[in-house]
Every structure is written in C-alpha cells, then in structure tokens.
Ligand binder design. Structure first.
Ligand code: OOG
Ligand code: MG
Length: 267
C-alpha cells in the first residue's frame, strides 16, 4: 500500500511544531492548507503521527482513539464529509462532574458520543462492525470537548487530521454496559446546557451504528500501518452537532440505557 505524501520530512516537522505550539499554548493558527494547498489526507496523518510521537516521547500515555466527522450533523456543521481519526492521551481525560478550565483552550465545544472499551486487538483492513462488537469489553457514554486550533473553527480534512481531529479533553462516565445487552443503534441522547435542551439525537446517526465508526477507525489505522490495542478507550464520534461552551456553563448529556455525563466549565 503506498501513501500519498506531498510533504517533505522537514515540512512535516515544521507543521507539527506549529500545531503543537497552538495546542499547548491555546492560540489559533490559519489552517495548514493555506500554506500547503496540495496537502493530502496522508500528509495530515503524517503530521498527526509526529505529534503523537513527540507527546509520548515526553511522557504522555496513549489511552485510545477517537473517530470524528462520523455523523451527518457533524459533517454538515464542519463542511467536511469524510470521517477522520485522532489519538487520545491520559492527560486529556477529566473526571465526571468536574470543573473544566477553558483558559487553556481556544474555543471549546462539546459533543456526546458512545465510547467503546476493547478487550482484544483489532486489526484492519476490512475490520467489520461484528469484529468490533466481539472485541468490545463494554460501552459507556462520553462527552468530548473538541477545540480546533484553526481560526474560526474552520478547516479542511488534511488540516483537522494534522490537528489530531481537534482533540482536547474528554469525560467518560454514566453507566457502562455490555454491548450485547443493549441496542447500540437506537440509543437516544439529549444534551442540556444550563438546564436547557440544546441538542437531541440517536446513536444510529453515527454511520448507522457506532460500532461501524470503530471499524472505520481500525481500517484507517491499518492504512497507517497500525492496529488498535486491547484495552483501548475509543470514541465513535459526535451524534449531534457540537455546542460551544464558555466559563459558567454546565453540561449534562443524558443517554438512554447508559446514564448521564456532566461537567461544568470555568475560566
Ligand atoms: C473535528 C473533530 C470531530 C467528532 O466527534 O465528530 C469529532 C471537529 O469537528 O473539530 O470529534
Ligand atoms: Mg468527537
């Protein structure tokens, strides 16, 4: 399998440093394709790979992965019609019901997602929903706090992939369930901000079935020569559009069968 790379090693390192600076110091930068218009999806993953290598070399621990842009609501909101993946690190996790700082993010948004915890290695290509379900230990509800480092939260696919799919924080909680005990396609979800309902959806919005998003993620990993380790925490992508949050806001995501996940935001 050959990757479609247009960036040189120097470009990759340069763009990685640019994205990393924006992530660590929380400032907005222009999307990368403004300077590199012919950047490809594989170039985006090469930058993301370098970013992951650096964080891990400095002591960060990989907890899992996230699929993104897997629902129509998200694709329409972002104007990007192809799903993407990103990595998750232990220091992005926040406890349920906690106060989450916003001053170390650019323009955070929240989204409700079904998360999977795996008990077997998953490998692509051709990973299927069925294989994902067989390898799943349990599922649980999660809220992802995304934070694009690109100005105006505007980007294209290569840029958002290089920015690790806008990954910033995540909160998992609620009630863990065995996938076999519930219908993962028809889980309703209601998101409330400051006591008002601001988004509603159902889990089938994610590629027809959220396990489909995990299979897609495993197949994208395979294209990059990687596999999904047993014990990974994997988010399947926002069911509804993402909702902006600011200090003072409190969020509750209520999931049918899976309980709820809450958090509040502070300066
Ligand atoms: C890209 C990340 C998308 C999801 O769940 O769809 C994502 C973005 O919208 O900034 O995490
Ligand atoms: Mg997400």
């Amino acid at each position: 399998m050959s990757l479609n790379l247009t960036l040189t090693r120097e470009d990759i390192v340069r763009l990685c440093e640019r994205v990393e600076g924006a992530q660590r110091r929380a400032y907005a930068i222009p999307k990368l394709t403004d300077e590199y218009p012919s950047m490809t999806i594989d170039d985006g993953y090469a930058v993301q790979h370098e970013l992951r290598r650096r964080y891990i070399a400095r002591g960060a621990r990989l907890t899992g992965w996230k699929a993104g842009l897997t629902s129509r609501a998200k694709m329409l909101q972002m104007g990007v019609h192809v799903p993407s993946i990103g990595f998750l690190l232990a220091d992005m996790a926040r406890p349920e019901n906690s106060a989450i700082k916003t001053s170390d993010m650019v323009h955070p948004r929240v989204e409700c997602e079904v998360a999977f915890v795996t008990k077997k290695t998953l490998k692509g290509p051709n990973c299927t929903r069925q294989e994902v379900l067989e390898a799943t230990d349990y599922v649980l509800p999660a809220v992802e706090i995304i934070d694009s480092r690109f100005s105006g939260f505007k980007f294209d696919l290569p840029s958002v992939i290089a920015d690790n799919g806008s990954s910033a924080r995540y909160v998992a909680g609620g009630r863990a369930r065995y996938a076999a005990d519930i219908d993962l396609r028809t889980l309703g979800v209601v998101m409330e901000k400051n006591g008002e309902i601001i988004a509603v959806g159902a889990s089938a919005a994610v590629l027809g079935h959220p396990a489909e998003a995990i299979a897609m993620l495993v197949n994208i990993l395979a294209e990059q020569g990687e596999q999904l380790a047993a014990g990974s925490f994997v988010m399947s992508g926002g069911i509804t559009e993402a909702i902006p949050v600011k200090p003072g806001d409190s969020i509750i995501a209520r999931f049918q069968e899976l309980g709820s996940v809450s958090m509040r935001f502070i300066e």
